[in-house]
Design a protein around this ligand. Structure first.
Ligand code: ZN
Length: 150
């Protein structure tokens, strides 16, 4: 599977979609795919809802009550994820996704993988590092210390 995706990556115009498709396929094969078509608590069919990493999928409005954090997934983002999982890798470039939907997919996969595989992607830490450098050069630090725990 990895070889197929890597080979396609060298010719694809949409490496980001390929990367997401691979992450989704890997999660599914491992039995860790996010549940997106129904509420993980009550089983009600859903189109979009609140994603909770700890629950491993979407929650309906009733079950989402009292859940801290979470990520709102639009029906469009869920449909796009379904399409990414269904398309053949060679055809992924045909998918057209809005920036908003791309943002939701990226956030969902990052959160899901971090929670369920206990793994931070290198690209994520790289982006964090860049952001951190930008932030720390923009403000004066009073005193050093460990990470804030609030
Ligand atoms: Zn529910």
């Amino acid at each position: 599977m990895l070889v197929t995706y890597l080979r396609e990556m060298t010719v694809s115009a949409s490496p980001q979609l390929l990367s997401w498709a691979f992450q989704l396929a890997y999660l599914r094969v491992s039995g860790l795919g996010p549940v997106l078509e129904r509420c993980v608590e009550c089983g009600r069919e859903l189109s979009g809802g609140l994603y909770s990493a700890a629950q491993g999928g979407l929650l309906c409005g009733d079950c989402a009550r009292g859940i801290e954090g979470g990520l709102e997934l639009s029906p469009g983002a869920v449909r796009s994820l379904e399409a990414i999982g269904r398309f053949e890798v060679q055809h992924l470039g045909r998918l057209r996704l809005s920036e908003q939907i791309r943002g939701q997919i990226e956030a969902l996969l990052r959160s899901h993988i971090r929670y369920h595989l206990d793994l931070s992607l290198k690209s994520e830490s790289f982006l964090r590092k860049l952001q951190g450098e930008r932030t720390s050069s923009a403000r004066t630090e009073a005193d050093g210390g460990g990470p804030d725990d609030q």
